[in-house]
Design a protein around this ligand. Sequence first.
Ligand code: ADP
Length: 163
Amino acid sequence: MTTAVYPGSFDPVTLGHLDLVERACRIFDRVVVAVSNNSSKKHTFSVAERIAMLENAVRAIPQAEVDTFSGLLVDYLKHQKATTVIRGLRAVSDLDYEFQMASMNRRLYPKVETVFLMPDEQYTYLSSSMVKEVARMGAPLDGIVAPFVARKLRLKFKTPVSR
Ligand code: ADP
């Protein structure tokens, strides 16, 4: 059984993240979407809120499960008995940071392979921070996040849908 870990902030999960989970599930038997609990980063949603949104979003994907981890990703990989990390590459702008991270993880745990997946073109410019900007302005969120996540964003920013 092949397991891959897809780590990230998921603050909140977007349809771009989900596109990647679906792609990963076509390659691996089991995909663990792991919310990083890294207190040095400032997040809009708590870990519990991010997990709840992810669980709702991946409910229809049987191979996908949601978890959280703190500390080093390589330690979490060992705990999951996994050596594959999934990360997304949207544009060239992602490359530098992703390469640094993949190289560091490989240095810390030589068995690790990072697999980069490309989302569907329509999600190339989608990020959690962009989604939050749009939500803050009260613009429609259809086609960029799941309806459940859109509701959570509206509640968080107290914005009605402007149409
Ligand atoms: P992190 O803070 O770890 O970068 P994110 O939740 O922002 O967490 O992203 C997690 C992973 O998902 C990253 O590899 C990122 O490149 C990827 N990702 C984010 N948004 C998209 C998207 N729209 N399409 C494809 N991959 C994405």
